[in-house]
Design a binder for this molecule. Sequence first.
Ligand code: PLP
Length: 180
Amino acid sequence: VSTAGKYVQMFEKKISKYMGVKYAVSVTSCTAGLHVAMIAAKLKPGDIMVTSPITFVSTANSALFTGCDIAFADIDKESINISIKSLKALSDKFDKKIRAIVPVHFGGAPCEMEEIKKVSDNINAKVIEDAAHALGSRYKNGKRIGCCENSSMTVFSFHPVKAIATGEGGIITTNDREIY
Ligand SMILES: *Cc1c(COP(=O)(O)O)cnc(C)c1O
């Protein structure tokens, strides 16, 4: 028996159309969404996930739930988002042990996704965007955060302190059929 009625599917369709992405999957919170995303990214003990230290605890915790290690990149002092320079230094240091990079669009301000994608392509890591603050935000190229142009998944929060609320709630977007 499913507790997810027709409105959940309508919501997923509307969100994916709004963001210009193929698939959207509703979850009970952004934390749950990030956890599911880390599992979909196949993180395991011995792997490293890299994220920003300026975020909510669940960004790092969601990866810790898989038993992997966390490495914090520094932030860029202008944008408050993950520093590309610091990310590159970590990728040189840990190389292929890094299996996921999780940029956080702090306060809805977009991260430098093209640069992040380049680093992740070099080490074949997955990019998962923590977009808990970023519903309705756009990248510098005008596309909406959630379109997953430079990531495998993007995760949003509908907690009461975020842009819109569903009580608690979250959604994952992806263009990857297998991940979906
Ligand atoms: C709020 C928040 C989350 C977690 O969202 P929940 O829906 O409360 O689980 C994750 N990441 C960031 C950056 C947040 O601000």
